[in-house]
Design a protein around this ligand. Structure first.
Ligand code: BGC
Length: 745
């Protein structure tokens, strides 16, 4: 097709009028129906009923198209929008590009485990470049929901349990997707989702109601969203669920009072998929018309695919229920983004560009680096890792060892064919001369299939019979018996984390633990590699398997990165962005709880449950290395400061081992008394440093009003108080190096 840019009326308004001027000129010429059209995001996929995309676009009845991933089709639809719709306003093509378009990066939870925002920024810059080359303008990411309940499937899409780390990762991802100029043709507009509180679903059950006091929202769940606003995020997505009995999609307090009035957000808000129409199902709106009115009044600009706006807004304005001003207010930021992105000047995508861009070697290099930096060494008894490259006879065992789907993980873009380097392939490439035997063992499956299963090739196979599973188990044990060393690759399939993927247990699914026990009983050295998108309760492994590497969902280059670490070419330095509970029944579990009248630190009150310890199996911030570090010389610039002043905290970190390595130095604080009880520890600073053997660096943190203030329930606002503060600096949330200071006012 002719991809020469043809410009619509938007471009006829000279750029000299400025963005606001162009938008105002456009608005002035738009009919009511065209305005409503801009507020509608329509499906480009055939699975949705209703009028065909072409018809709607031709009439000016769509501002954006989603669930389509086809450059030629983008151009076809865009041509209709630009040349045949009344005002020629270009479409925004949107898709979920969560951790890579063709080159898949580690899942966001894994990227957070790097504790290196530069990893997330680079990954999303590559994702943006590839997605944009395909014709996608706007991604539904980053997902910045704090998740403290590992049963919730979507924990994999975010940065874990902590607001401080979450805010850093949110901002980095926004910068990666958007760059510094929205007109940059190698970037996409970002979307902070799901506003807000989605990760706190009752029982970890996806979509279930959320009850969060305002202080908890503001202190814990909002910071990554606010960081996204400060980083210039173009759009927000409203969450599905009820927040304190008001659906987030119809929640005026969230969408107007907090987001726009307090934080000054000037972009637009899209609903989650079908969420406006779903306000009826949710028992909130009387019918779709009522849903459309209430969502719009609440400040929801764009209706994702429910049709509620398209079907009702014209009437609602015509009968005076809504005013034209209210409508214009919702349309304006959508047009603004289109103008800012240069879509009026360059609506089309060069259909030859994508394959050149995705072939760039630096994309795979970046993916490998990101995977290396994301992995967390959980156990290494007797220094069994790194393994020798002289090994001649290795068995690689487990259902995920050669699974491209599990290696790339959840949330692939539509139509993506998994093409990852699996762990088996990575090990074979690392030891080209060795005998590498492989046996998957029994397959693992969800008990209840996912609606996404059609998209995961691995799940289309016929179910393994019990006899075949037994045979596979036996073969796996025999294969391991024939080797000098066994690498087990266990965890969760791609469809076991993400949306529609919450679970009640955090155990290794299927017979994986039984297989691990049977293989361990052979008495050979065993290294366990975990591929998964959430914390797992690997209690038996933690006590019996000498080496455990948490590789998460590591992406296209995952297998190479695992082999790089197992065989010592890379020293692992990732840290957990979530704690690992000992059981799914312990969730939600997180380190930043408030103290109680009977802290667990007292022997008398140790047991919160009488049948198991409630401490995490691995704490937040935890991760080992092939070297050792000493963190010392904790120094505070003052013992006493005034409210509003800043305390500078320094500490030294030394590599006390034999090889170069990375340590993530973490700073935690506790306010000892105040208007409200404060968490026993809160992360307020971190830095990942690389050190040669014997090398020492000094890390510097600042504790000023931003770090010391909090939203107080009693004061009903942000306060910074005169109180005593504990400070810990160390290598995880159990850090013991301690100092204190007092704020006086
Ligand atoms: C998910 C969103 C996603 C949207 C569009 C929804 O089901 O909750 O995270 O962006 O679909 O695909």
């Amino acid at each position: 097709m002719n991809t020469m840019d043809k410009t619509g009326i938007g471009a006829a308004v000279p750029p000299e009028t400025g963005v606001a001027g162009r938008v105002a000129a456009l608005l002035a010429r738009m009919s009511l129906a065209e305005k409503v059209g801009q507020l509608a995001q329509i499906s480009g996929a055939d699975f949705m009923p209703g009028p065909k995309a072409e018809e709607l676009i031709r009439k000016g009845g769509a501002g954006s198209v989603l669930w389509l991933n086809d450059t030629r089709r983008f151009n076809e639809l865009q041509k209709i929008a630009v040349e045949e719709s009344p005002l020629g306003i270009p479409l925004l093509f949107a898709l979920d590009v969560i951790h890579g378009y063709r080159t898949i990066f580690p899942a966001p939870l894994a990227m957070a485990a790097s504790w290196d925002p530069a990893v997330a920024e680079e990954a999303q810059a590559v994702a943006a470049k590839e997605a944009r080359a395909a014709g996608i303008h706007w991604t539904f990411g980053p997902m910045v929901d704090i998740a403290r309940d590992a049963r919730w499937g979507r924990v994999v899409e975010g940065a874990g349990e902590d607001p401080y780390l979450g805010a850093a990762m949110a901002a980095a991802q926004v910068r990666g997707f958007q760059g510094t100029d929205l007109a940059d043709p190698e970037r996409v507009a970002a979307c902070a989702k799901h506003f807000a509180g989605y990760g706190a679903a009752d029982g970890g059950r996806d979509y279930d109601p959320v009850y969060l006091p305002e202080a908890h929202l503001r202190n814990v769940y909002f910071p990554p969203f606010q960081a996204a606003v400060e980083a210039g995020v173009s759009t927000f997505m409203s969450a599905y669920m009820d927040l304190n009995n008001v659906p987030a999609t119809g929640n005026r307090w969230l969408l107007r009072d907090v987001l726009r009035e307090e934080w000054g957000f000037e972009g637009f808000v899209v609903s989650d998929a079908l969420a406006v129409g779903n306000l009826v199902i949710q028992g909130y709106a009387r019918d779709k018309r009522d849903a459309a009115r209430r969502a719009l009044e609440a400040g929801l600009n764009m209706d994702m695919a429910s049709g509620a706006y398209l079907e009702n807004l014209v009437d609602l304005v015509q009968d005076g229920t809504l005013s034209m001003d209210q409508l214009d207010e919702m349309v304006r930021p959508i047009l603004t983004l289109k103008v800012r992105m240069g879509l009026f000047e360059h609506p089309y995508t060069d259909e030859t560009r994508l394959e050149k861009v995705v072939a760039l070697p630096e994309h795979r290099e970046a993916a490998r680096r990101a995977a290396q930096r994301s992995m967390v060494l959980l156990r290494n008894e007797g220094g069994i890792l790194p393994l020798s490259k002289d090994l001649e006879n290795v068995a690689v065992i487990g259902p995920l060892a050669d699974s491209m789907e599990a290696t790339e993980g959840s949330w692939m873009v539509f139509g993506h064919e998994p093409a990852a380097v699996t762990v088996l392939q990575g090990i074979r490439a690392k030891l080209p001369g060795a005998k590498i035997a492989y046996a998957p063992g029994p397959e693992i499956r969800r008990d209840i299939p996912s609606p996404f299963d059609e998209m995961h090739a691995g799940t289309k196979k016929p179910v393994q019979t019990p006899e075949a599973a037994e045979e596979a188990f036996r073969t796996a044990v025999e294969t391991a018996r024939g080797a000098d060393l066994v690498i087990m690759v266990l965890g969760e399939n791609a469809n076991m984390a993400g949306e529609f993927a919450s679970r009640g247990s955090l155990d290794l699914p299927g017979q994986q633990e039984a297989l691990l026990k049977a293989v361990s009983a052979l008495g050979k050295p065993v290294a366990l590699v975990l591929l998964n998108g959430r914390p797992l309760s690997i209690n038996w492994a933690a006590a019996h398997v000498p080496a455990i590497l948490e590789a998460w969902e590591p992406g296209t280059e995952g297998g190479h990165a695992v082999a790089d670490i197992l065989f010592g070419d890379v020293n692992p330095g990732g840290k957990l962005p979530v704690c690992f509970p000992r059981s799914g029944s312990h969730a939600p579990l997180y380190y930043a709880r408030t103290l109680t009248h009977a802290p667990e630190t007292s022997p008398m009150y140790r047991s919160r449950y009488w049948d198991s310890p409630t401490t995490p199996l691995y704490p937040f911030g935890f991760g080992l290395s092939y070297t050792t570090f000493a963190i010392a010389d904790l120094n505070l610039s003052a013992q006493q400061v005034q409210v509003g002043d800043t305390v500078t905290v320094t500490a030294s970190v030394t590599n006390t081992g034999q090889v170069a390595g990375d340590e993530v130095v973490q700073l935690y604080i506790h306010q000892r008394w105040g208007s409200d009880s404060r968490p026993m520890r809160e992360l307020k600073g971190f830095e990942r440093v690389t050190l040669q053997p014997g090398e020492t660096k000094t890390v510097v943190f600042h504790l000023g009003p931003d770090e010391l203030k909090y939203w107080s329930t009693q004061a009903n606002g942000w306060i910074q108080e005169a109180a005593a503060f504990d400070v810990w600096v160390g290598a995880d949330a159990l850090a013991t190096l301690h100092a204190e200071f007092e704020v006086v006012g």
